[in-house]
Design a protein around this ligand. Structure first.
Ligand code: TRP
Length: 466
């Protein structure tokens, strides 16, 4: 039986190889691990995680978040990899190839839409990060107090020209890497620099922890106060978990299609999720002690890290060089994430619409930039334009992160659990019976029952039905 399974598996493998003779792929286990971790680790961990935790009152929110990562995040991630490697195509094409009828490919289309939306507002914040590289380089924070540092951010992010310029620069960098292709582009850039970011974050975190009153920040982050949880917190925790892990819109379906048949999908998912969560928590430990030490407000919103971090650098020996290195690395982390978002759209355009890679990239990046301009201006000139009581930026972020991603995740687990065929799922997770997958039953139970029910409950809860 087992050997038959292996032969079958190798046949699909061969078929896929012939099918995809010209397809680019990752060249090593380390390559895919870095690329997936590179996608997951980004502004989501360092910019979004601290401010969302701050907005939602700290410790109790963190617990809910961790629960969602474990219970929903890892299984959704495994499901995406399974669909992608089985389908050997982009998010739309993989669903089309693996399913009958017209419904499922629409989930791929929804993912491609989410990718546009996320790229648009992601590039706004990545642009801010570039400005901070420039400010760090020119030593602009030297000798300033926290109020003056706050004023710099206020003036910059509400102005019209510079944030747009940096946004465009960031998009050009993203597009440029994507045009270079998977191996030369994505792998090369993600392999080298992630460990540096980890180390730097560790140094910053230690400085933050040794500031006066640091313990208040730790208490805020780790001491759960459940009275602070609202119905909205659960949806935000879910959205943050999906956003941070890069799941729910087909990034990891697309990357999964580039993964070698020999790689262990379960293990990659686990390792990526642990690394991603670790970086987010480290960012939290770096930010909150400083927030309280400098008497700032943890619920400051999207500007949180830009207001807080320069203060920490001020208090460090060698702060100039640490600040510079940090913002450069944060830009790189943002790039290895943004390329994974753009790749979803480009892979679709190349494989389904038969457009050349270069042209697809330029069209997709341009379209996202146009939407992105509105996101950026929604902090300044378009501050008063509101959609459902939210600024343009907030409403796009909310729609993509808290609605499209969890909805995508819901359909991804339902498809994997109920429509792909458990034999196929097992085949993919065990590499055709070659490797052992522990807890397969648990995984199936989660993707069939627990995850769909949990996501639906969070949705119903947030619109007040429950
Ligand atoms: N996870 C990335 C971050 O934390 C952002 C990202 C990349 C993403 N690919 C994604 C978010 C796909 C949602 C879906 O910065």
């Amino acid at each position: 039986m087992a050997s038959l399974a292996i032969v079958n598996y190798q046949n699909t493998n061969k078929m896929n190889l012939e099918d995809n003779a010209k397809r680019d792929g990752f060249s090593s286990k380390f390559g895919i691990l870095c690329a997936a971790a590179g996608s997951a680790i980004g502004l989501g961990n360092i910019w979004r995680f601290p401010y969302v935790v701050g907005d939602n009152g700290g410790g109790a929110f963190l617990l809910v978040y961790l629960g969602f990562i474990l219970l929903l995040g890892i299984p959704v991630m495994m499901s995406e990899f399974v669909i992608g490697r089985r389908g050997q195509k982009n998010a739309y094409g993989s669903f089309k190839k693996l399913s009958k009828g017209k419904f499922w490919p629409w989930i791929g289309i929804m993912g491609i839409l989410a990718a546009f939306t996320i790229l648009a507002f992601y590039s706004t914040i990545a642009g801010w990060t570039l400005e901070y590289v420039y400010l760090a380089l020119t030593n602009s924070f030297k000798g300033l107090g926290s109020e003056e540092i706050g004023a710099i951010f206020e003036t910059f992010h509400t102005s019209d020209f510079m944030p747009l310029l940096w946004q465009v620069v960031f998009m050009i960098m993203t597009a440029w890497i994507i045009i270079a292709g998977v191996k030369k582009g994505i792998e090369k850039y993600t392999k080298i620099l992630m460990p540096f970011l980890f180390l730097l974050l560790l140094i910053i975190l230690i400085r933050s922890l040794t500031l006066p009153d640091a313990s208040k920040g730790l208490e805020f982050l780790f001491k759960p106060d459940f009275s602070k949880l609202t119905t909205k917190s659960f949806l935000e925790a879910l959205g943050q978990a999906f956003f941070s892990l890069s799941i729910g819109m087909g990034t990891l379906i697309t990357y999964g299609s580039y993964v070698d048949k020999k790689n262990n999908l379960g293990r990659i998912s686990f390792e990526v999720s642990v690394a991603d969560t670790l970086i987010a928590i480290m960012a939290g430990i770096a930010i909150f002690p400083a927030v309280f030490s400098f008497g700032m407000n943890p619920a400051e919103g999207p500007g949180l890290i830009f207001n807080v971090l320069p203060n920490i650098f001020q208090q460090m020996t060698g702060g100039y060089i640490f600040a510079l290195m940090f913002f450069v690395l944060l830009t790189i982390a943002a790039l290895t994430s943004s390329i994974s978002i753009l790749e979803v759209v480009v892979a679709y355009m190349v494989e389904e619409l038969n457009l050349p890679r270069r042209r697809s990239t330029i069209i997709a990046a341009l379209a996202a930039t146009i939407v992105g301009v509105f996101c950026t201006l929604s902090f300044g000139a378009l501050k008063n334009v509101e959609i459902f009581n939210k600024t343009i930026f907030d409403s796009l972020d909310f729609t993509a992160s808290n609605i499209l991603l969890p909805l995508g995740g819901l359909f991804i687990v339902v498809f994997t659990g109920w429509f792909l065929g458990l034999k196929n799922v097992k085949d993919e997770l065990t590499n055709g019976g070659i490797i052992k997958v522990r807890l397969f039953i648990v995984f199936v139970f989660i993707i069939r029952f627990i995850a769909p029910v949990a996501i639906v409950i969070v949705f119903l809860n947030s619109i007040g039905v429950i």
